[in-house]
Every structure is written in structure tokens, then in C-alpha cells.
Design a protein around this ligand. Structure first.
Ligand SMILES: C[S@@+](CC[C@H](N)C(=O)[O-])C[C@H]1O[C@@H](n2cnc3c(N)ncnc32)[C@H](O)[C@@H]1O
Length: 222
């Protein structure tokens, strides 16, 4: 793969790849694992599956028994190395979500768990996903979201601003926490994401907030 400027949302994961599973399990008290199971719930015949921004490979592994084949793609080599160690039976490819190496209409199902908000251009990445998805295929996206309930929203944003950002500064991880904060507040949440998907050629979609809107699962129809 031709080397280009490392996206910010990748550099962070290169640094923490070996600790990613324990950090995310510990910080989320295991909730992320539950969200990932929700993401794949009800997928009966997913066919050829792409786990986009697969990280350490857990989401692809959750569907491997039902799928024809699972391919995981990520830009971060250190994350992919962990994934391959954990799941030697799955295929992993290094690539950029904005220009994947796959031909048009390759996949029946594309899953993205906590990856889309790290891609620098969400609309362009949706366009790329639409290109490699078969007509009639499905996309499921799990992403952190901002609760709509005004009380929960205020509490969540206050937590991000008053706890997460200062903690990052204190532990010399200001760039990491700033990136996490900005990707959450700037993400096209809820209807905006469905609208973007329609603009790039998806037939439509729906979304289901989890835990009062701390996270959301989007389903898009190709
Ligand atoms: C929060 S991790 C999620 C990993 C995994 N899907 C999970 O649920 O645990 C985000 C992943 O997105 C990847 N990523 C960020 N930007 C990317 C891009 N442009 N192309 C491919 N992968 C990217 C990072 O390397 C990282 O592994």
C-alpha cells in the first residue's frame, strides 16, 4: 500500500494497539462488548462480510460462523497484528476506509464498529462503502452518539469537556482526548447520517439508540 499521511485516527491506535482490548474493556466496563453483540444481532445470512476499521478483529469474529467469509480491514498495522494473533483463521487487509482495495459490489454485509467517526470524511467513506457493497446488501454501524434527552445530553457533554479533556492534558494525552472529543461532537448523528447515506446512493436506513443514546446502531440498505 502506498504510504501517505497517517490519519490522526490511526496514529492513536498504532500507539495503543497492544493495550487496546484491555483499555476499551476496562474504560467501558465491558459495555462495548455488549454493544458489538447488539450490532451483529439478527444477522442470519451475512454472506461475504467486511469488518471495516476492524481494529483487533472482535466484530468479524462474532459473525464468522454465520458468514461465508469475513475480511477485516484497518489502516493500523499494529492493530492488525493483534487481530491476526487472536483470529488466525480470518483474513485481514491493511487499507484506508476512504479508498479500499476491493472491486465494486464485493460484499453482502459491511460492519463498522466504532470506526466511522475516526475517518476524516464520513460522506466519502459512506460513498466508498456503497461502491463495494452489493445491491441489496446491508451495512451496520455502531457509533458513540450524543443523547437527545436534554439532561443526559448536558451530563454527557459536561463529562467530555470537564473530565475527559482535562484528564487527557494531565496524562499528556491531550491529542488523544481532543481527537475523541472532536470526533464525537462533529459526527453526523442520527438523521444526518441517514441523509448522507441517501445522498451517496443508499436506499435508506434506520437507527436505534442504545443506553439512552450514548451509542447508536445504524442500518443502511444498499
Ligand atoms: C476505536 S477503533 C475500533 C476497532 C474495532 N472495530 C472495535 O470495535 O473495537 C477504530 C479503528 O479505526 C481504524 N481507522 C481509523 N481511520 C481509518 C481509516 N481511514 N481507514 C481504516 N481504518 C481506520 C483505527 O486504526 C482503529 O483500529
Amino acid at each position: 500500500m502506498k504510504e501517505k499521511r497517517q490519519p490522526v485516527g490511526v496514529e492513536i491506535f498504532n500507539r495503543i494497539a497492544d493495550k487496546y482490548d484491555s483499555i476499551s474493556g476496562f474504560l467501558s466496563l465491558g459495555i462495548i462488548r455488549r454493544w458489538q453483540r447488539e450490532l451483529v444481532k439478527g444477522l442470519e445470512e451475512p454472506g461475504l462480510v467486511l469488518d471495516l476499521a476492524c481494529g483487533t478483529g472482535d466484530v468479524g469474529a462474532l459473525v464468522q460462523e454465520k458468514a461465508k467469509e469475513v475480511v477485516g480491514l484497518d489502516y493500523s498495522l499494529p492493530m492488525l497484528k493483534v487481530a491476526k494473533r487472536k483470529y488466525p483463521q480470518l483474513f485481514f487487509v491493511r487499507g484506508d476506509a476512504l479508498s479500499t482495495p476491493f472491486p465494486d459490489k464485493t460484499f453482502d454485509t459491511v460492519l463498522i464498529s466504532l470506526g466511522l467517526r475516526h475517518f476524516e470524511k464520513p460522506k466519502e467513506s459512506l460513498e466508498e462503502i456503497r461502491r463495494i457493497l452489493k445491491d441489496g446488501g446491508q451495512v451496520r454501524i455502531l457509533e458513540v452518539s450524543i443523547p437527545r434527552n436534554p439532561v443526559l445530553k448536558k451530563a454527557f457533554l459536561t463529562f467530555l469537556k470537564r473530565v475527559m479533556l482535562p484528564l487527557g492534558k494531565l496524562r499528556s494525552k491531550a491529542d488523544v482526548t481532543r481527537h475523541l472529543y472532536e470526533t464525537i461532537v462533529n459526527f453526523p448523528h442520527y438523521e444526518k447520517l441517514i441523509e448522507l447515506a441517501r445522498e451517496v446512493g443508499f436506499k435508506g436506513g434506520s437507527f436505534r439508540p442504545l443506553m439512552g443514546g450514548m451509542a447508536t446502531i445504524y442500518s443502511l440498505n444498499g
